[in-house]
Design a protein around this ligand. Sequence first.
Ligand SMILES: Cc1cc2nc3c(=O)[nH]c(=O)nc-3n(C[C@H](O)[C@H](O)[C@H](O)COP(=O)(O)OP(=O)(O)OC[C@H]3O[C@@H](n4cnc5c(N)ncnc54)[C@H](O)[C@@H]3O)c2cc1C
Length: 334
Amino acid sequence: MAKRTRVSIVGGGIAGLALAAALDPTRCQVTLHEAEPDRAASGSALTLWPAATRALRRLGAGELVDRHTHRVSGGTIRDLRTSRRLLPTASARLTIVPRPDLLAALEACVPASVQREHVQVDDPQALEADVVVGADGVRSRVRALVRRSRPERTPTSYLALRGLSDRVPQPDEVGEYWGRGRLFGLVPLAAGAYWFTTHRSTLGPEPIDPGEALAEVRDVFTGTAAAALQVLATARAEEVVATRLWVAPGMARYARGRYVLIGDAAHAMTPNLGRGAGDAIIDAVTLAPVLGSRLGTARWQARRLPFTQGARIASGGVMQLALSGQPQRLLGKA
Ligand SMILES: Cc1cc2nc3c(=O)[nH]c(=O)nc-3n(C[C@H](O)[C@H](O)[C@H](O)COP(=O)(O)OP(=O)(O)OC[C@H]3O[C@@H](n4cnc5c(N)ncnc54)[C@H](O)[C@@H]3O)c2cc1C
């Protein structure tokens, strides 16, 4: 029998779990290193694009996709102060998954043969493996072994708050509300809704106290759309996730020697295209069959890098447009 490739995955979030689930245990001996296996992931949900849901089906998580895919009507871009539609309304089938459900479904796809290490990896170079995959998110330590100069993440001036609400929104409330320096979003779930805000803030950088952040958001969103005010008035600080938005540096490669990057470690972007988690899953599913082959990994990089770096740049552009306060002018609709 051919010798199995020893694969160490640093980070057991969405990217790391998806890769551990996708690797063939007869070909790879996999160790998954996760610093916080019991991490709380409440208060947020993720929109997944069709390519990501197809990748989830390939992993065996089709039931999760079916359970969380439904038709959303009324979703559109609105003006944050007046609720007026800035773009025409479209009804679309969307997959919106609570983050804990996605992590649980990926966990269920990981074979028992994967060895689990509940540790923070401080020195990825010390790992005994043929291949080390950095699935360690935007703060990645493995990134410095692939991009040697300035591998650090960069903060934006913006803070994101996310939460779940029990109330099912009306179709004319659903959508993303854009305003100068602040943004609100409301997305219906199978039961209730997922909401998010982005606003300019000096809180943090980390950790950010959700109570302080929620108070700041309530203040900053005074006088905005009724849907935003209602959601923010009933939000409870202990159920809100508050994070500074960070981005990864631009990358000219995702692999060097035995090190490979996937997910946010490779291309953390602002959330405005709603595709970071989906791209993490697609990275994993497409990398798995070629991992251990230098040529296969180089071909994978040639396919995935332009696409995901393009998404990273485009996402930043959409954030600027959304927060510019004059999207109509910039969209050429004035
Ligand atoms: C406000 C907001 C909204 C978003 N909305 C969407 C959306 O709607 N749709 C979408 O597709 N994406 C969305 N995203 C992006 C998405 O959350 C990320 O792209 C996704 O979580 C990336 O997954 P990951 O596994 O690469 O990284 P992470 O989720 O960051 O996981 C990294 C894991 O590695 C572990 N780790 C880190 N360092 C080490 C170490 N040294 N040793 C051991 N373990 C380590 C961490 O504990 C963590 O579990 C959003 C992001 C934000 C901030």
